[in-house]
Ligand binder design. Sequence first.
Ligand code: FES
Length: 151
Amino acid sequence: MNIILNGRKVEIPPSWTDDTLLFLLREHFGLAGAKFGCGVGLCGACTVIVDGDAVRSCVTPISALEGAEVRTIEGLSDGDRLHPVQEAWLDQAVPQCGYCQAGQIMSAVALLEQTPAPSPEEIDTAMEGNLCRCGTYARIRAAIESAAVRA
Ligand code: FES
C-alpha cells in the first residue's frame, strides 16, 4: 500500500501494516515530532493531519490509510519559512516542556484550514482533545487567534 507523507508518495511494506500510524512515523520514518502520550487517543500528543482532519496517530491503524494524505509537524514549514501557526506559536512563546506542542500545532492547523476565523468556542471545541500538563492553554488560544488574523 501507499500513502502520501508530507507531500511525498511512500510505499508501506505489508509487514508494517499491522502497526499504528504513530509507530510508522516514529520508528520507520524517523519523524519524531508526534509523541506517544496516553496511547489510547485521549491526550492528543500524537496528533497529525490525515486527509485534512486532526487524528490521533496512536490509535490509527496503518491498514486504514491506503492512499491517505498524512501531514506531520515536520512537513509544515516551507524550507526555512515556518508555517504561520508555528510563527504565531513562537510569537506567543507557547511551549513550556514542549511534549504536547507538535500535537497542539497540528490540531490548530487543521482547525484553521477548516475554519479560518474560528470563534473562541470553536477553538475550545477543536482543541479540547489536546491536553497540556504545563497549562499553556491561554497562550495556545492567543496563538490560534493571532494566526487566524494573519491568514
Ligand atoms: Fe508541557 Fe504542554 S508544554 S505538556
